[in-house]
Design a protein around this ligand. Structure first.
Ligand SMILES: [Zn+2]
Length: 422
């Protein structure tokens, strides 16, 4: 299977790109298609690396707009958790397809998921053609006995996900330290180490996590994670807004990655802006996530990256606090190798996007500044993952069916409003 992109603008020069079996084999001004290549015309396009969504709950597209404007715990306890109790494989599959559709349309090639029915998530990811780290939220309600059942289920799921091929990375995804007992956290860390898999969990999203941890364990959340072996170079910590100085030092020392989710933090009013300058000062790898569509409510990383940069400027009272180039590097995963973003280069996976050169938001010139401060996912015209064209000329195959089936599932779950149920 081979693909050629012709005449695309890369850093101001016209180039061609060839990919064979999902790998970029040639990139440069003289690269031409070869017989048998599928061809993408890039003559009105700019070639860019794909975006990486470092934290989401893809199938929560089903709950987009449901229970908006509630507090985090009220939203979870009264709306989301009861509705999630009614989920089945079919709903999660179509919710995830809808999420993948939205991500493909906005240039995301890989995401880090944490959600129920992970085998349905994985099937949806494979059928969509993108890449994802997949795991289900380990939750034992702080009950180690229940934790044993969760662990058995976790092992079975990891075995099943391991069979699924290169687009799926199974991962251990304990929900958070306030929903998972210490023995289950320790089990998850052990499994991740034994199987060489990433560990991905919510961490210091809300301030109450600190007092809860101190009351229960007498230590700070990062110390607890370290005690159970859950802090290491294969760990992705989602949020991290309430880390204190010693926690920053510990997380940096262990090499964990932190993923910030600006829109979700703002919408759920977590009360603090992600301390990026401290992360940078400690050399902590940082990625960008959208969180689920129930708390964002968009999966468009090109919209998210603007918030990322603006919030840091505002927080520091310094427009230089996060230049556009740095925000862009974070959105493409270039500042956090664990997240799996890849550069445009020979030998790298053929994961990339083409944006419309003449999209109004990208004119005139100043590409990176315009991508960060002006563009949304609307500027993306083609998305390629593993050398497969998932969107061409703004069209994703099967789009209508995906939207219709996801809507049907949301209605069945009783989470749509009256207007959308007629
Ligand atoms: Zn989350």
């Amino acid at each position: 299977m081979s693909l050629a992109v012709v005449g695309a603008n890369l850093d101001g020069a016209r180039v061609g790109l060839r990919a064979v079996d999902g790998v970029i084999v040639a990139l440069g001004p003289d690269v031409e298609p070869e017989p048998g290549d599928e061809v993408l015309d890039g003559s009105a396009h700019i070639l860019l690396p794909g975006l990486v969504n470092g934290h989401t709950h893809a199938a929560m597209t089903l709950f987009r707009g449901y229970g908006s404007d509630l507090g985090l715990m009220e939203w979870l306890e009264q709306r989301i958790w009861p509705a999630e109790g009614r989920l089945d494989d079919d709903a999660v599959y179509w919710g995830t397809r809808l999420a993948c559709l939205e991500m493909i349309r906005s240039g995301t090639v890989r995401f880090w998921d944490m959600y129920w029915h992970p085998e349905a998530v994985a099937r949806a990811v494979q059928d969509s053609g993108v890449r994802a780290s997949v795991g289900f939220p380990l939750v034992d309600g702080m009950d180690p006995e229940r934790g044993k059942q969760v662990q058995a289920e976790g092992e079975r799921t990891l075995d099943a996900l391991a069979e699924l091929g290169p687009h799926i990375t199974p991962s251990l995804t304990p929900h958070a330290i306030y929903t998972v007992s210490e023995p289950t956290l320790e089990w998850a860390a052990g499994q991740a180490a034994d199987r060489g898999l990433p560990l991905h969990l919510h961490f210091l999203e809300i301030e109450d996590e600190i007092s809860g941890c101190e009351t229960r364990y007498g230590i700070r959340p990062a110390e607890l994670l370290d005690r159970v072996g859950a802090l290491g170079p294969n760990t992705v910590l989602a949020h991290g807004v309430w880390m204190d100085q010693p926690e920053l030092e510990l997380v940096a020392e262990r090499g964990a990655t932190v993923v910030t989710n600006p829109a979700s933090n703002l919408k759920l009013a977590v009360g603090r802006i992600f301390p990026y300058e401290a992360m940078r000062a400690h050399g902590i790898p940082v990625g960008l996530g959208t969180d689920g569509a129930a708390s964002n409510n968009s999966l468009d990383l090109l919209a998210e990256v603007k918030l990322l940069a603006l919030l840091q400027k505002h927080r520091q009272r310094d427009p230089k606090a996060m230049p556009a180039e740095e925000a862009w590097a974070i959105a493409t995963g270039a500042q956090a190798p664990l997240l799996g973003g890849t550069p445009l280069a020979v030998g790298q996976p053929a994961d990339f996007v083409l944006v419309r050169e003449q999209a109004p938001a990208l004119e005139p010139g100043h590409l990176v500044a315009n991508l960060v401060y002006a563009a949304t996912g609307e500027v993306v015209d083609a998305t390629v993952v593993d050398g497969q064209v998932l969107m061409r000329d703004g069209v994703v195959e099967g789009e209508e069916e995906i939207v219709a089936r996801a809507r049907e599932c949301a209605r069945r779950l009783g989470v749509t409003d009256e207007r959308s149920s007629d």
